[in-house]
Design a binder for this molecule. Structure first.
Ligand SMILES: [Zn+2]
Length: 325
């Protein structure tokens, strides 16, 4: 979203007024819980559609509904909507145009339903949630959309960029309004494929099964083994894409992020009983899985595998030295 900021404020003019994106994202603050929860990852793909002064709420909302119910085939009666407290415009469109019953449109506050990052374009959000069923809930009589438990899962966030926030925190309406949406691919895949964790979608299972096979294990029989398979799949996806985008393992900045992810994956390989280099092979499986969507992976395949293998070898040497001394 950040590179698009000037298009929303009018500082720059985009070549296209309508854009759809599939953004590769790497984030590591949650690295320690990856594999222990259903939805934390260090690498994920964020789907989005953007309007720079073109369509606004009156289109973005019905189109989002059409996409989730018709293209993704999600059951309309399981879907819930949130809007920002005073966003009556969004309420009217959801209720009157789309036909969502009033009691399934929940008004929430600034912490969840208003998007802003400091000075710049900002605006209210509307989210689409899916009810995964009572069995996934916390059992509390107050359990509803916005509850911290696993029952209601947010699948799409629509941001209506309509204000500009200045240094003093004042909001003024933007001359040309915009749309910015975000939908996590792994999460939505888990809903479409009706599995309880992102790791059980084909995105991860193919990689985990490949690794399990390589190490002589099966997924789903031992919690420690499963955790290792999940962490390795997650970290290997991150490393493969980062290296394909030009990052190299190192001691500083993004290089250190890559090094840390790679070494962590190698350590989890030891949980599987793997003593030799293996991560570059898993990276090969990631490339095979993703090459249709990301052809650059094929062009850089040799480079990616060589970088990962070399770093693995170096790390295994230090691990070995640590054992000897
Ligand atoms: Zn709950």
């Amino acid at each position: 979203m950040v590179p698009f900021k000037p298009f929303f404020t009018g500082q720059a003019v985009s070549e296209f007024k309508r854009v759809t994106t599939c953004q590769k994202c790497i984030r590591t603050p949650d690295i320690e819980v990856v594999g222990r929860t259903a939805r934390h990852h260090t690498f994920f793909e964020m789907l989005g559609n953007f309007s720079f002064g073109d369509y606004f709420k009156e289109n973005a909302i019905p189109w989002a509904w059409e996409f989730v119910t018709e293209q993704l085939g999600l059951p309309a009666d399981k879907l819930w909507i949130t809007i920002y407290l005073d966003d009556d415009e969004a309420f009217e469109i959801w209720h009157k145009t789309v036909g969502i019953p009033e009691d399934k449109i929940v008004r929430l506050g600034k912490d969840t339903n208003f998007w802003e990052i400091g000075v710049g374009p900002c605006g209210p959000c509307s989210e689409i949630y899916i009810d995964l069923g009572e069995a996934r809930g916390c059992g509390s009589p107050d359990c509803r959309v916005g509850c911290d438990c696993d029952r209601y899962l947010e699948i799409w966030n629509l941001v209506f960029i309509q204000f500009f926030r200045d240094e003093e925190g004042n909001y003024s309406p933007l001359k040309s309004k915009g749309i910015d949406t975000g939908m996590g691919l792994e999460r939505v895949a888990s809903v479409v494929q009706q599995v309880s964790s992102n790791f059980d979608t084909d995105l991860f299972r193919e990689i985990m099964d490949y690794t399990a096979n390589l190490a002589g294990h099966n997924y789903g029989q031992d919690n420690q083994i499963d955790l290792a398979l999940k962490v390795i799949a997650d970290h290997c996806r991150a490393v493969t894409f980062a290296v394909s985008d030009g990052a190299l393992p190192g001691n500083e900045g993004r290089g250190y992020v890559i090094r840390r992810l790679l070494r962590r994956a190698v350590r989890f390989g030891r949980v599987l009983g793997v003593k030799e280099t293996f991560l570059f092979k898993v990276a090969g499986a990631v490339i095979s899985q993703m090459e249709q969507a990301y052809p650059e992976l094929v062009q850089k395949r040799e480079h990616i595998l060589r970088v990962i293998r070399t770093e693995e070898e170096r790390f295994l040497e230090t691990l070995l030295l640590a054992v000897i001394y």
